[in-house]
Design a protein around this ligand. Structure first.
Ligand SMILES: [Zn+2]
Length: 420
């Protein structure tokens, strides 16, 4: 149950019988059930590290957790990067299974993928699996994306009813207002699933590191945004008609000055094609140079470890998709790999990075949910981010596609006596 001052007023109104009743047009029982079902609003605060919640800077998120459900933390999938994990959240598939295996990829047929390549991002061929909005649209439930990774491409020919190209110039308040406007629409057009995305905390964390004053200020601003969203729902009388799910994609680790490994020092540049740099580093040996590249790369080194793609640690569930490079090197926490020309970037100040082992505490993400379908005041043990998809399917009343999640992980969060 959302806890706001406005809530008490709206309950009083309902008790006085002044709240308009449902439309009285004739309809079948199935349609009536679908219309009574709350909308699901899935919010991502990119780069929200789980222990940011313990700093006492996020009273609005704390109120949501107190009145609803939170997981102790949510473990991201490998690699702990933005695109792979946002797409995992809406498909329930590991990156190795949905195919968005990195922010920077190569495909034997499709060529190169980078997150600022609008053509690639908007091409359905890159996006495997079935995002939850595709299933919802197929079931006749309108969906709307105020930005989400994957929502700009027709996947299996389907996009959300409403979507837009990512534009950092659309401000926080404007994003919230658009979503509130959609959710307040009449039954016929009200999205049953809406997404809302904020990149600001991630950006501050990268620039300054997870403990810097600038990052903590961004944290306060994100919490205020959640407060504005919750108040906006209550002001429109929507608090009993919207299930709010707030997640992040990964955490953020501090990178001290000088913690850079130069890619050209890892392997003879003529022996390999560098597919991706950063933290999960991919190399494709050139023809005839596989043995030389492997001899230099495979195994443990200072600040990183490398494997053939079929031999990565099993707990990462990574290495079978054809887009996974032949050799993958995983950087240790707090170290980045960069081509020499960018090695000095960042200067002498600490920065932040993610993309490290998802099991590290610094990479942990958040899961908080509140609304009519959720029990009140429950803290669950840690969950895995593939477990969110079956919850979303259940909230929407649609059949989940094949996924890697555990439907039992979040079932205790659901209030069986609630509005579902
Ligand atoms: Zn991210």
């Amino acid at each position: 149950m959302f806890r706001t001052a406005a809530l008490a007023a709206s309950l009083l109104l309902a008790a006085c019988g002044t709240t308009p009743g449902p439309e009285t047009a004739p309809q079948g029982p199935a349609q009536a059930a679908a219309e009574l079902r709350p909308s699901v609003l899935l919010v991502s605060i990119d780069g929200f590290r789980a222990d940011y919640l313990d700093l006492g800077l996020t009273p609005n998120l704390q109120r949501l957790a107190d009145g609803g459900v939170r997981a102790q933390w949510m473990t991201p999938s490998y690699p702990s990067l933005t695109f792979p994990n946002h797409y995992t959240l809406v498909t329930g598939l590991r990156p190795d299974h949905h195919g968005v295996i990195h922010n920077t990829m190569r495909d034997p047929v499709l060529g190169k993928f980078r997150i600022n390549d609008r053509e690639a991002v908007g091409s359905g061929a890159w996006w495997g699996g079935e995002p939850i909005w595709v299933a919802a649209e197929k079931a006749g439930l309108p969906t709307a994306a105020m930005f989400w990774v994957g929502s700009e491409a027709p996947v299996a020919g389907v996009r959300p009813t409403r979507w837009s190209r990512f534009d950092a110039g659309v401000g926080v308040d404007e994003r919230i207002d658009r979503v509130l406007g959609w959710l307040a629409e009449p039954e016929e057009t009200r999205p049953r699933l809406a997404t809302l995305y904020f990149e600001h905390l991630d950006s501050a964390g990268h620039r300054n590191g997870p403990r810097a004053p600038e990052t903590l200020q961004a944290l306060r601003e994100m919490d205020a945004a959640i407060g504005r969203l919750v108040e906006g729902l209550a002001a429109r009388g929507l608090q009993d008609r919207v299930d709010l799910v707030v997640v992040s994609d990964h955490g953020m680790a501090e990178v001290p000055p000088g913690h850079v490994v130069v890619v050209e020092d890892m392997v003879e540049p003529a022996d390999v094609e560098l597919v991706s740099a950063g933290q999960s580093v991919g190399f494709q040996p050139v023809a005839g140079r596989t043995a030389a590249a492997e001899a230099r790369l495979l195994g443990r080194h200072d600040h990183y470890e490398c494997w053939r793609r079929g031999e990565l640690p099993q707990r990462w569930h990574f290495g079978t998709h054809p887009r996974v490079p032949a050799i993958v090197c995983q950087m240790d926490e707090g170290w980045d790999a960069r081509p020499r020309e960018y090695a000095a970037r960042g200067g002498d100040r600490p920065r932040g990075s993610h993309g490290y082992d998802p099991a590290l505490p610094s990479m942990r993400a958040i899961f908080i949910a509140d609304g009519p379908s959720f029990v009140d005041g429950l803290e669950l043990p840690p969950i895995d981010n593939v477990d969110v998809y079956p919850l979303l399917a259940e909230l929407l009343g649609i059949e989940p596609a094949a996924h890697d999640g555990d439907p039992a992980a979040l079932r205790p969060a659901l209030d069986s006596a609630g509005a579902r």
